[in-house]
Design a protein around this ligand. Structure first.
Ligand SMILES: [Zn+2]
Ligand SMILES: [Zn+2]
Length: 399
């Protein structure tokens, strides 16, 4: 063998490798498609650790901008002369993944660049890089934002492919109540369409209640249909709220939110001084505000998901109070002997109370300490009868 020779160009069709492409696809698309794994690769040897260590650096979200084919970000670091380093990412076809990474202070791929990549991975939605991730990318490689994007993309696909009948309460306006019936399941759900963004509308389907996306295939289906029925100008006119409503806000942190009518009475404005346009995570505060508004003569529509949310939180708190009592003296608590047909050891009683009180827990006791019996104890504690008692207690204390 003499020297190294380039292998002949294969004429066989190879699967396209997106990381070798030299085509200009635009910086936004490139960053939008960037996965955690790709970012590690861009950071070179030990990229995983370099990205992890860079999470100590702060990137102010108003100091990161994308203009044309260049992203510029200010990374704060007190030890630097200026207190910050400017990082730029430029689309360059001949660079790995088509991206040229640069730090003005270090002149190399450094911790500042890593901090910038971290920010991009975490804040794709914020930066407007909402490119749908590659459907073949394993879930564990996706960032939380990418998981959300994929979940919405899945529902959009179903919204397009499944047959549904949509009927409107008022055909002259886009933002109104609808019912949607699935041809496949025959089930009908109620939709309150209030805008095109996730979190603005409501659907009574089970997926909407649990997916925490603020949308579902029914809402997405309805939105595509009304985009055909109404002009852009008409759709851009926001929904005018006539009445109060209380809904669940599915963004982080999960909580409750009052939707306010266009015209707010003086009394209502006073009550809502602190909680207008804010997510309320404290259920007590939400219920207190609700009651105060009702006393002012306001009528408030509590959306079914909000009702369920309040009840769940109150129930969990009631259980927590009960189990805190047990945990103060697990040895002497009567439930230790009566919960199951066998007597629980004090630490087992404590384990059961802990798991029930937190709502969800991982039991990681050593082998032989009785994880099974504790699991059965938790299940037993959660029997319909004890839940019913807790619910009745909540109702009686609310009245
Ligand atoms: Zn640097
Ligand atoms: Zn739905």
């Amino acid at each position: 063998m003499t020297g190294k020779r380039r292998p002949p160009v294969s004429t066989k069709k190879k699967p396209a490798n997106p990381h070798r492409t030299t085509k200009r696809i635009g910086l936004r698309d490139r960053l939008g498609r960037m996965t955690y794994r790709a970012a590690c690769r861009l950071m070179g040897t030990d990229g995983v650790n370099r990205l992890r260590l860079a999470s100590r650096l702060h990137v102010p979200s108003d100091e990161i901008r994308i203009l044309g084919d260049t992203l510029r970000a200010k990374i704060l670091e007190n030890e630097l002369t200026d207190g910050h380093a400017m990082v730029s990412i430029v689309e360059m076809a001949n660079k790995p993944d088509g991206l040229h990474l640069h730090c003005e202070v270090c002149k190399t791929v450094c911790e500042h660049v890593a901090a910038c990549l971290n920010f991009i991975l975490e804040e794709k939605l914020f930066l407007g890089l909402s490119q749908e991730p590659d459907p073949h990318e394993p879930i564990e490689n996706l960032t939380p934002d990418e998981l959300v994007m994929r979940a919405i993309a899945d529902r959009r696909k179903r919204a397009e492919s499944e047959k549904m009948t949509l009927s409107s309460l008022d055909r002259t306006v886009p933002w109104t109540e609808y019912t949607v019936t699935s041809a496949e399941s025959g089930k009908t759900y109620r939709i309150a369409l209030r805008g095109s963004q996730p979190g603005e509308s409501y659907c009574s389907c089970p997926d909407f209640r649990t997916n925490q996306l603020g949308t579902c295939k029914h809402i997405l289906h309805a939105l595509t249909k009304i985009e055909k029925r109404f002009s852009k100008a008409r759709l851009s006119q926001a929904y005018v709220r006539q009445n109060f409503s209380l809904r669940v806000d599915y963004s982080e942190p999960l909580g409750l939110r009052f939707n306010l009518p266009e015209e707010l009475s003086e009394g209502a404005a006073k009550i809502l001084k602190k909680s207008a346009n804010k997510t309320i995570t404290d259920v007590d505060q939400a219920v207190k505000t609700l009651r105060a508004l009702e006393r002012q003569g306001e009528s408030i529509h509590v959306c079914p998901d909000a009702e369920e949310f309040i009840e769940k939180r109150l129930l969990q708190r009631r259980l927590q109070t009960k189990t805190d009592e047990i945990r103060k003296d697990p040895t002497g608590h009567p439930l230790r002997k009566t919960l199951l047909n066998v007597e629980l050891l004090p630490y087992q009683m404590d384990g059961v109370a802990f798991a029930v009180g937190t709502g969800r827990a991982i039991l990681a006791d050593d082998m032989g300490l009785g994880k099974t019996i504790q699991g059965i104890g938790v299940a037993h504690y959660w029997t319909p009868a004890s839940l019913l008692r807790a619910k009745q207690w909540i109702r009686s204390s609310q009245a």
